[in-house]
Design a protein around this ligand. Structure first.
Ligand SMILES: NC(=O)c1ccc[n+]([C@@H]2O[C@H](COP(=O)([O-])OP(=O)(O)OC[C@H]3O[C@@H](n4cnc5c(N)ncnc54)[C@H](O)[C@@H]3O)[C@@H](O)[C@H]2O)c1
Length: 365
């Protein structure tokens, strides 16, 4: 058996064993994808509610169903644990799993605070174990294409980003709408923006018109280095569902409409050029700007279920003894913005600093 010096993992290509902890709304999607993957052998599903876990695995599956995390962690045939429990429980489950020598896939958000997330990242590093954040959208064909287009300069310099993620959502018992939905937008920005998610500040506003005890409508404003600006709107109260991101560039503008499977991404070869900066000319409008009106095109996308790519990347990073793309550090960058957003909300939308986190890893194309 070949051991990797950095990560202390086996690299002999055998099928890896995994247990999913949490079989509520999202856990079943992990269960299905691990079961469908030739990299993985799903050996156990753990939930405090064993009836729920049993219903997810079905009868006569041979997969252990248990409410005991200790029982799962004691097994030699469990190489990795996938955590799909509520965010406030991630740190406790992750810490126990890492101490037991298990690699980790952790649902977004990585934890319920930067401090808890940092402790998980540090422990994984100390133990030489893989810690992957399930930033699911980063593994969709659309986001990977956006990332490539931005990286290849197809849009020119990014001037603004406007992201809208609204529908009638489940009001979560433990987190507000920013912690529930904005991790998607923020993890996407982390992947596609040159330099990753490094806003120079965060201003957040939220409202709770139903008196649910937490913000159900949230707006994030993120000034970016170089003068660009990103804006994120998340909302649990909208009867219409919108999942749209506009990335305006100096050359072209990209519109991603995730609810339009025929044409999720459109590239507009249109824009505004500042020809001359003048305040005293007779006709300021025509003197200072010119509009480009070109074609619109739609790139082809190789559509596959994102979670299939997530579980494949988890296996590859364990086998190759390397950090996964969308690793714990990516999870931490998202947490830093969410935490700063909480501070801003309490300060009635004031612009607050974002604590810096570690380095950004490139997604392997
Ligand atoms: N990646 C995505 O697109 C996506 C989508 C939805 C939810 N999520 C994330 O998945 C996680 C779970 O969300 P959900 O909506 O499925 O929650 P949920 O409440 O529907 O399910 C959570 C399950 O975890 C179980 N549980 C709680 N504590 C446990 C523990 N200590 N040990 C074992 N089981 C425990 C509960 O019994 C429940 O069945 C959250 O972090 C959420 O943000 C990710």
């Amino acid at each position: 058996m070949e051991m990797d010096a950095d990560m202390g993992t086996t690299t002999d290509g055998r099928t890896l064993g995994v247990a999913v902890v949490g079989a509520g709304y999202w856990g079943p999607n992990l269960v299905r994808n691990f079961r469908a993957s030739s990299d993985w052998d799903l050996v156990a599903v753990c939930d405090l509610d064993t009836d729920r876990a049993q219903a997810v695995v079905g009868a006569r599956s041979g997969i252990t169903v248990t409410s005991s995390l200790d029982e799962v962690l004691a097994r030699d045939d469990v190489d990795a644990v996938a955590i799909a429990t509520p965010a406030r429980t991630h740190h406790g489950v992750a810490t126990a799993a890492l101490r037991a020598g298990k690699h980790l896939l952790v649902e977004k958000p990585l934890a319920d605070s930067v401090q808890a997330g940092q402790a998980m990242v540090d422990l994984a590093r100390e133990q030489g174990l893989v810690l992957m954040a399930d930033h699911t959208y980063c593994w969709t064909a659309a986001v990977r294409k956006i990332r490539d287009l931005v990286a290849d300069g197809a849009l020119g310099d990014v001037l603004f980003v406007d992201s809208v993620r609204i529908n009638l959502g489940l009001i979560q018992p433990d987190v507000d709408v920013l912690w529930d939905l904005a991790p998607h937008d923020l993890s996407i920005l982390d992947l596609v923006l040159p330099g990753g998610l490094r806003p120079t500040g965060v201003a957040a506003q939220g409202s709770d018109p139903l008196r649910a005890g937490k913000a159900c409508v949230g707006y994030l404003t993120l000034p970016l280095p170089g003068g660009a600006m990103a804006h994120v709107h998340v909302n649990w109260l909208s009867p219409t569902k919108i999942r749209q991101m506009v990335i305006g560039g100096s050359e072209r503008t990209l519109v991603w409409d995730d609810l339009n499977p025929q044409q999720r991404i459109s590239i507009y070869d249109r824009g505004v050029d500042l020809v001359q900066q003048s305040v005293d000319s007779a006709d300021r409008r025509t003197a200072t700007v010119s509009y480009r009106l070109g074609d619109t095109w739609a790139p082809a996308l190789d559509e596959r279920e994102a979670l299939g790519a997530v579980v494949a990347e988890l296996a590859a990073s364990i086998r190759q003894g390397r950090a996964p793309a969308t690793d714990g550090e990516a999870g931490l960058r998202v947490l830093s913005v969410l935490e700063a957003a909480g501070t801003s909300l309490r300060a009635r939308g004031a612009l607050v600093d974002v604590a810096p986190t570690g380095s950004r890893l490139e997604l392997v194309r």
